[in-house]
Design a protein around this ligand. Structure first.
Ligand SMILES: *[C@@H]1O[C@H](CO)[C@@H](O)[C@H](O)[C@H]1NC(C)=O
Ligand SMILES: *[C@@H]1O[C@H](CO)[C@@H](O)[C@H](O)[C@H]1NC(C)=O
Ligand SMILES: *[C@@H]1O[C@H](CO)[C@@H](O)[C@H](O)[C@H]1NC(C)=O
Ligand SMILES: *[C@@H]1O[C@H](CO)[C@@H](O)[C@H](O)[C@H]1NC(C)=O
Ligand SMILES: *[C@@H]1O[C@H](CO)[C@@H](O)[C@H](O)[C@H]1NC(C)=O
Length: 276
C-alpha cells in the first residue's frame, strides 16, 4: 500500500508538471529521485540543471554522494537541450496523456470501491442500531413476532382461528412451534401480551403445545423446542374435565387460564421461536 501510494504520488506529480512544458518543478525529494531515474531509463539527452539537487545532474551524478549532503528540498529545473529532446518530450507527453486517463479510471474505480464500503458500513450500522433500539427487544424478533426485554423467546399471535393440528403446521412454517409455557413466568408473559393488546380481544382462546399423551397418561408440552411433562399448572377451575379434549388452550372465558379442548376445535394460536 505504501509503495502504491508513493508510485501514485510520483505519477501524479509527473502528470501535473508536464502541463508546464519542459520545466518540471517538483518539490518533493522522492519525486525528484523517481523523475531522474525515469529520465535516465529513457536514455534522454536532457540537461538537467539542478539548482539545488546535484544528485540529479547527469554530468555530476558520480559525485552525488558528497553533494547529497547539500541537497535541499527546493526546485528542480529541467530544460530541453536539443531538438532530439522534442521527440522524447512527445513521448513523455503521450505517457502523460495515458497516465492521466489511467488516473481517471483509477479514481473512478476507487470511488466505486469507497461507495461499496460505505454501503456495507451503513448496512452494518443499521442492523446494529435495530438490535439495540426499542425496549421491546423487537429488533431481534422476526417481523410479526413479539417479545419483552431480556427474554429469549419471540411469539407470534395469530389473527385467525384454526384447529390445533393446523395451528402447529403454521408455526412450523415459521421455523417455530406452538407455545410451551415452560415456567410460570412464561405463562404470565404470554397471557400479558394477549390481554394487553386490544387487537386480540375477540379471540376466544389460544392454542398452546400442551396435549394429553394417552400412552403415558400425562399432560405434556409437545413442541420441538421443549418436549416435557408440565412442570407447573395453571388450569382454570374444574379443568381438565373432558376425556376427549386433549389439547390445551388459554381460555378467554377463564381469564386465559388453561382449559382442555377438542383438538379439532378452532382457536387462535401462539407460535414460539427461540432467540437465545
Ligand atoms: C564533488 O562535488 C564537490 C562539491 O559539490 C566538488 O567540490 C568536487 O570537486 C566534486 N568532485 C568531483 C570528483 O567532481
Ligand atoms: C546530447 O545533446 C548535446 C547538445 O546539447 C550533443 O552535443 C550530444 O552529442 C547529445 N548526446 C547524444 C548522446 O545524443
Ligand atoms: C479501466 O480499467 C479497466 C482495467 O484496467 C478496464 O477494463 C476498463 O475498460 C477501463 N475503463 C475505462 C473507462 O477506461
Ligand atoms: C373462528 O373464526 C370464525 C371466522 O372469523 C368466527 O366466526 C368464529 O366465531 C371463530 N371461532 C372461535 C372459537 O373463535
Ligand atoms: C367442562 O368444562 C366446560 C367449561 O366449564 C364445560 O362447558 C363443559 O360442559 C364441561 N364438561 C363436562 C363433561 O363437565
Amino acid at each position: 500500500m505504501d509503495q502504491l501510494l508513493k508510485l501514485l504520488t510520483v505519477l501524479f506529480m509527473l502528470a501535473f508538471s508536464f502541463n508546464f512544458g519542459n520545466n518540471i518543478d517538483i518539490d518533493n525529494s522522492l519525486v525528484k529521485q523517481q523523475t531522474c531515474s525515469l529520465l535516465l531509463a529513457l536514455n534522454c539527452n536532457y540537461t538537467l540543471t539542478m539548482t539545488r539537487d546535484p544528485k540529479c545532474d547527469l554530468d555530476n551524478r558520480k559525485n552525488h554522494t558528497e553533494s547529497r549532503r547539500k541537497r535541499s528540498t527546493e526546485t528542480v529545473q529541467l530544460q530541453a537541450a536539443s531538438t532530439e529532446n522534442d521527440a522524447i518530450l512527445q513521448k513523455l507527453k503521450r505517457m502523460d496523456h495515458k497516465l492521466s486517463k489511467n488516473m481517471d479510471n483509477l479514481s473512478t474505480r476507487v470511488l466505486r470501491g469507497v461507495r461499496k464500503m460505505e454501503a456495507i458500513v451503513d448496512d452494518v450500522l443499521t442492523k446494529q442500531s435495530k438490535r439495540t433500539s426499542g425496549s421491546q427487544n423487537n429488533g431481534i424478533c422476526p417481523p410479526g413476532f413479539q417479545t419483552v426485554e431480556k427474554w429469549p423467546y419471540c411469539y407470534l399471535f395469530s389473527t385467525f382461528n384454526t384447529t390445533w393440528f393446523e395451528a402447529r403446521d403454521y408455526c412450523a412454517a415459521f421455523e417455530g412451534d406452538l407455545v410451551t409455557l415452560d415456567t410460570l413466568k412464561e405463562h404470565y408473559i404470554v397471557t400479558f401480551l394477549i390481554k394487553n393488546n386490544p387487537d386480540y380481544r375477540d379471540a376466544l382462546g389460544w392454542w398452546t403445545s400442551g396435549t394429553f399423551v394417552s400412552k403415558t397418561k400425562q399432560w405434556m408440552w409437545t413442541s420441538q423446542l421443549h418436549m416435557r411433562p408440565f412442570t407447573f399448572i395453571k388450569w382454570a377451575s374444574r379443568e381438565p374435565n373432558e376425556t376427549l379434549s386433549q389439547c390445551v388452550a388459554l381460555n378467554k372465558d377463564f381469564d386465559h387460564l388453561w382449559s382442555d379442548e377438542l383438538c379439532t376445535n378452532k382457536f387462535n394460536f401462539v407460535c414460539e421461536i427461540s432467540i437465545a
